[in-house]
Design a protein around this ligand. Structure first.
Ligand SMILES: C[S@@+](CC[C@H](N)C(=O)[O-])C[C@H]1O[C@@H](n2cnc3c(N)ncnc32)[C@H](O)[C@@H]1O
Length: 240
């Protein structure tokens, strides 16, 4: 998902008045924040990545890794960055710890803190990041759902269901749009089986093309599909 921030979302960073990026809830070790700093620094060298953690012990241990453009502080969804407005806030595997009743208020809080043109990414993945999903929000609300998988790490695309963000994970049931999407992906994946002789990448590309032909509002094209990624407009998956 760093690749997605640096790629299709990189323009936000390039044009930001204040290139402030937040890794919210970076965890026991600040690995994801350090990686984010390295990867997005290639897009814009003067970025300022701030890792924010609610757990003070995790902030203390991360301090040793501070450097120019990378710092750590204690806080939560209120984003304690002295009134600055971030252009990107990434919270991975954080909101899944909260209830379905709570996430909406946290979304609203973070959205209200974003810069113009800023985004909040609320995502989830498996332990080693091979099945991953995230919701992109802008200051007005949710924009899209992205699903990103490593080829070979799943049998059916719907295997990713257990890693959906909190807003959708309880909605993978008949009658809900995200369920219809995952079913459509599975069907298109199975129908694209002949492409498997050319590799799973070709099969995934064929699946995405079939979904687009069927009218699913895909927001990205083959350049992203070939990475094992697909992004669909939020309206197509929003909870009923
Ligand atoms: C499962 S870890 C995720 C770590 C990392 N983001 C990842 O995906 O590997 C969740 C982290 O979120 C932190 N956390 C939970 N609620 C938070 C909040 N409201 N503000 C900041 N951090 C929070 C927890 O302390 C924990 O370190």
């Amino acid at each position: 998902m760093d690749r997605w921030l640096a790629g299709p979302q990189g323009w936000r960073l390039r044009r930001a008045a204040d290139p402030l990026i937040i890794d919210l809830g970076y965890g026991a070790a600040p690995t994801t924040a350090v990686e984010l700093h390295t990867r997005l620094g290639r897009v814009r060298p003067d970025i300022d990545v701030v890792g924010i953690e609610i757990d003070p012990a995790r902030v203390r241990s991360a301090k040793a890794l501070e450097r120019d453009g990378l710092s750590f502080r204690q806080g939560g969804f209120e984003l304690p960055v002295d009134g600055r407005r971030p252009v990107m806030v990434r919270a991975f595997n954080v909101l899944r710890q909260y209830s379905e009743e709570e996430y909406g208020a946290h979304w609203d809080m973070v959205r209200s803190r974003l810069a113009d043109g800023g985004i909040f990414v609320d995502g989830t993945c498996d332990e080693i990041g091979r099945r991953s999903t995230w919701v992109e929000l802008n200051p007005d609300g949710p924009v899209s759902l992205s699903i990103s998988v490593r080829f070979g790490a799943f049998e059916l695309p719907s295997d990713v269901a257990e890693r959906l963000p909190k807003a959708l994970i309880h909605r993978n049931v008949p009658g809900e749009k995200v369920h219809a999407l995952l079913q459509a992906m599975d069907t298109a994946w199975i129908q694209a089986a002949p492409q498997a002789s050319y590799g799973n990448r070709q099969r995934w590309l064929a699946m995405c093309a079939a979904l687009m032909a069927a009218g699913w509002p895909l927001l990205t094209g083959p350049a992203r599909w070939r990475l094992g990624e697909i992004t669909v407009a939020w309206d197509a998956v929003a909870p009923a």
